[in-house]
Design a protein around this ligand. Structure first.
Ligand code: ADP
Length: 616
């Protein structure tokens, strides 16, 4: 794995891990925030519950002190003789008037709403409001629980709307006993209006519900005379019978409010505001099974809890971020250190490898130099050996030639000997014409012998062949020029190769020209007796070598001559026409140039002579 690829893969994995960690951390922060928020909310609600409870207790004490202040008042009144006198003599107007005044005084002095006297049937005989419209006097309250309770149990306590006045009030009734008999009852009515207005002014949402759950005092006016829960039929009947709330039908509030000891939360819609979470604290009060309900909005507490939760979540997020950042920084640092170490190691390895390679190369170089030296030595030895071998080959050929030479030389020598003898005889006879003819013959013989000697000398000379690039077309043209007169004599056509001028072989130009001239002369000799006389020089080229072909349309090489063509002094030409040395010398030259020469007949007549040499 490349170093950069390794780093980038590592980085990608890091980012994936980082993403997961951020998610987990966010979840953790959210959870922490939620826990703190719920704890804070619980604490705040507890606190609020306690405060609400204290306030509800305060209202309870206020109410109970208000009620208890006058609890004994009806009993005191019940002892009053002026009232008893009325019961004894209900027909006495004087007694009634006295009682009326007494009750009016009591009302004023005790600061109560009303006081009145009923006979044993519940009929009102005297009242503090005797002189006002809507006086109780003459009305029967036998149906009122406070009367019934008082007559039966000795004390009647009741809260309800005044059947006559329509004003709500707290009724306290005590029986009046005369000589051990309950002949009537004295009732005081206490107004709770001031208490109710105090509730309203307090700003608290306070409800006071009776034992049936009917709200009869409330700082929320709309909720007055509604029950917390639907009333059962019996309760509804009792209320209607006692005309506690006059003719009202009591509907229920349906706000989820209950009477229970522990504070509880309920989502509540108050008449003047939308639904909100509200803490409800209820405290029992009085002897009639009443309850004080204090409703407190928990919005601020919830907000506080929410803020605390959010702050905690952010604080946690900050702390976690710092931890993650710190850990990532540490890891980055470690990775950087490791990467540096790896880089250093890779560098060292690279340097070591380079040093090893350099050493290898040096060794290879040394061995190559050594091999080159050896090759040079071998080449020199080969060259010397080759030169010697060529020379030795020449000498061997010369050995072969010896027989031919002796034949070739002996024959003219014998002829010359005979001609010389003849010439001497002819001189003696004075036949100068014949002498001249004999001398010409001798001259021809001598010339022939001279040519043979020249060829042999040329052949045996140890020459240094200097190979160089020789343009093929150029050397062929040179050779063609040299044989031009012979071509014309034979009346033959000569075609030159169609090759680029730059195409060259490695050769000695004079020696190659000599070979080509020899081959062209042979070709012209071969076509001379034929009706169509055509000679062509062609070239076949490959990447390394070039084959120069001398082609003719001549008689072709006789079958029995093919095996001896390149032997010295082999000729099929008539005596005096050829020495039979051309091809053997040509082969020697071509071999000296490092090439080959071969000959073969063509299918359609004529022969091909191919010289193959290295390409320059
Ligand atoms: P010379 O030409 O003096 O005979 P060469 O060594 O040049 O000697 O040729 C040897 C013989 O090869 C020739 O005598 C001839 O028989 C044969 N020869 C050479 N060239 C050709 C050719 N182009 N076609 C047919 N025969 C040939």
């Amino acid at each position: 794995m490349g170093f950069l690829a390794y780093l980038s893969l590592h980085a990608r994995q890091d980012w994936r891990w980082l993403g997961l960690r951020i998610l987990a951390t966010a979840a953790l922060c959210g959870l922490g925030g939620w826990l703190v928020a719920s704890q804070v909310l619980r604490g705040q609600i507890d606190q609020l519950g306690q405060q609400s409870h204290h306030r509800a207790e305060f209202y309870r004490q206020s109410l109970e002190s208000l009620l208890s202040r006058n609890t004994s008042l009806p009993r005191i009144i019940a002892r009053e003789d002026r009232l008893k006198a009325v019961l004894r003599h209900p027909e006495s107007a004087n007694a009634r008037a006295t009682a009326n005044r007494y009750l009016a005084d009591i009302r004023r002095d005790a600061d109560i709403n009303a006081a009145f006297l009923m006979d044993h049937s519940g009929l009102t005989l005297a009242a503090s409001n005797f002189d006002q419209p809507g006086s109780y006097v003459g009305n029967s309250y036998a149906f009122r629980p406070y009367f019934l309770d008082a007559m039966q149990n000795g004390l009647g306590i009741f809260y309800g709307i005044g059947a006559t006045t329509g004003d709500p009030g707290y009724f306290l009734t005590a029986p009046i006993e005369i000589e051990g008999q309950r002949l009537g009852a004295a009732t005081v009515k206490i107004s709770l209006d001031d208490f109710e207005s105090a509730l309203t002014r307090s700003g608290d949402k306070v409800l006071i519900a009776d034992a049936n759950g009917v709200i009869f005092l409330s700082s929320i006016p709309e909720w007055k005379y509604l029950s917390l829960a639907p009333l059962d039929a019996e309760a509804q009947r009792r209320i209607e019978a006692s005309r506690q709330y006059r003719e009202r039908h009591i509907n229920h509030l349906d706000a989820g409010l209950k009477l229970q000891a522990a504070p509880y939360s309920v989502r509540l819609k108050l008449p003047d505001s939308p639904a909100q979470n509200t803490l409800v604290v209820s405290v029992p009060t009085g002897s009639l099974g009443w309850s004080i309900l204090l409703l407190t909005r928990t919005g601020p507490e919830r907000q506080n809890a929410l803020f605390a939760g959010i702050a905690t979540a952010f604080a946690l997020a900050f702390v976690f971020s710092m931890i993650i950042y710190f850990r990532l920084s540490v890891r980055r640092h470690e990775e950087r250190v490791q990467a540096d170490a790896r880089l250093r190691q890779a560098h060292q390895e690279l340097e070591q490898r380079i040093a090893e390679r350099t050493a290898d190369l040096r060794a290879t170089n040394a061995s190559l130099e050594e091999r080159i030296d050896r090759l040079k030595t071998t080449e020199r030895i080969l060259r010397e050996t080759g030169d010697n071998a060529v020379q030795a080959g020449k000498l061997a050929v010369l050995g072969q030639m010896a027989a031919g030479i002796s034949h070739e030389v002996n024959q003219p020598l014998t002829a010359m000997h005979t001609l010389t003898d003849n010439a001497r005889d002819l001189l003696d006879r004075g036949d100068f014409g014949e002498v001249r003819s004999n001398l010409d013959g001798i001259k021809q013989m001598a010339e022939r012998m001279g040519r043979i000697a020249g060829e042999i000398k040329n052949f045996t000379r140890k020459s240094l062949v200097e190979k160089q690039p020789v343009p093929v077309l150029n050397v062929v043209c040179q050779a063609a020029m040299l044989v031009e007169s012979r071509r014309r004599l034979a009346d033959a056509t000569l075609t030159l190769p169609e090759i680029p001028e730059t195409l060259a072989v490695l050769a000695d130009p004079q020696r190659l020209e000599q070979v080509l001239v020899n081959l062209l002369l042979n070709a012209l000799d071969a076509v001379a007796p034929c009706p169509t006389r055509h000679v062509a020089v062609l070239a076949a080229v490959d990447a390394e070598r070039i084959c120069i072909i001398v082609r003719d349309s001549g008689t072709g090489i006789p079958e029995n001559a093919l095996a001896h063509l390149f032997e010295p002094f082999f000729t099929t030409k008539s005596s005096g026409q050829g020495l039979g040395l051309g091809l053997s010398i040509s082969r020697m030259i071509v071999q000296e140039l490092g090439g080959t020469i071969e000959a073969h007949n063509r299918e359609n007549g004529g022969a091909d002579f191919c010289i193959t040499l290295d390409r320059a």
